[in-house]
Write a protein that binds this ligand. Sequence first.
Ligand SMILES: O=P(O)(O)OC[C@H]1O[C@H](O[C@H]2O[C@H](CO)[C@@H](O)[C@H](O)[C@H]2O)[C@H](O)[C@@H](O)[C@@H]1O
Length: 355
Amino acid sequence: MTKHTAFAADDAIIAAAAAITSQPGRRFTSYPPARARGGCRLAPAAAARQATDDPGAAVSWPELVVPRHADFDDWMEKHPSALAAFESVLAAAKGKKIVMFLDYDGTLSPIVRDPDSAVMSEEMRDAVRGVAEHFPTAIVSGRCRDKVFNFVKLAELYYAGSHGMDIKGPTAQSKHTKAKAGAVLCQPARAFLPVIEEVYRALTASTAPIPGATVENNKFCLSVHFRCVQEEKWRALEEQVRSVLKEYPDLRLTKGRKVLEIRPSIKWDKGNALQFLLESLGFAGSNSVFPIYIGDDSTDEDAFKVLRNLGQGIGILVSKIPKETRASYSLREPSEVEEFLRKLVSWSKESRQRD
Ligand SMILES: O=P(O)(O)OC[C@H]1O[C@H](O[C@H]2O[C@H](CO)[C@@H](O)[C@H](O)[C@H]2O)[C@H](O)[C@@H](O)[C@@H]1O
């Protein structure tokens, strides 16, 4: 399958998978998360220097294959629904402090054609607010921090924008807040601001002739969207982007959901942001923390990987189709994320009443 056909398959596969996954009577088995293979609690500067991944593997072009029923069943065995396996999640979290990490697009809000219209429902906001009352909660997004804050609008949360390269503490104090209100806690890519601005202008100009292509400035990174570009033009768009980036070897290209993402080539991703936030919350080296990270995209895999390596907490992939993932559990769509968050809150309330 070429890169081009992999793109083309996306929506058809989701439709096919939706038909399979909506079948009633599916059974799920529990799949315990991988346990510790040694700690990884780096201070941010050290983590930023650590180059653990093959830079050549940074661009991932997912190979999408229409799932057969058997494939789907196999996948669900390995990544059971976090709703169906809720009791297993609770058992693993027993006696530990839950810290919640939530991706935004595709996790809290449904994927839509216009990125500026990806609003979150009031019901979802209410569910996230509830979770934040019970557990320290962070939004970890590829979006620029201010933009994602304007969608979520909850001052009691931590926000890690630009794929974790821009981390700020809650602007409203809550019992979970460990930082000075509204303090910017971490911006490891500050030196790249001028070059990102320059490349934003260059990409906006060079992609302008391609109808439907848009460039989103996410402050420390950029997104070139092709969801509204005719499929025949996808290759040309990618070539345009690559040609601009030839002049900027310090930037790298990765791919999300119908988006090309351009970011600094530093070793800092959503996984580093997760570790940094755990440390900021006072959980460095702690065995009593249970981070839960929920996300839908390839960039969330960095956070799932950190959890696997730490042997703590769980990653939950939001997907209707089988995907290669390091997450332990799955949820099919944002409405299931909302249900999972509400169940956690109810469980936490009940346990408080019992204690
Ligand atoms: O880390 P995230 O919060 O998931 O952000 C990743 C990218 O999400 C947005 O793009 C995606 O959602 C759009 C709205 O639904 C959709 O139109 C687009 O095709 C998706 O790729 C956001 O616009 C990007 O800047 C983020 O990098």
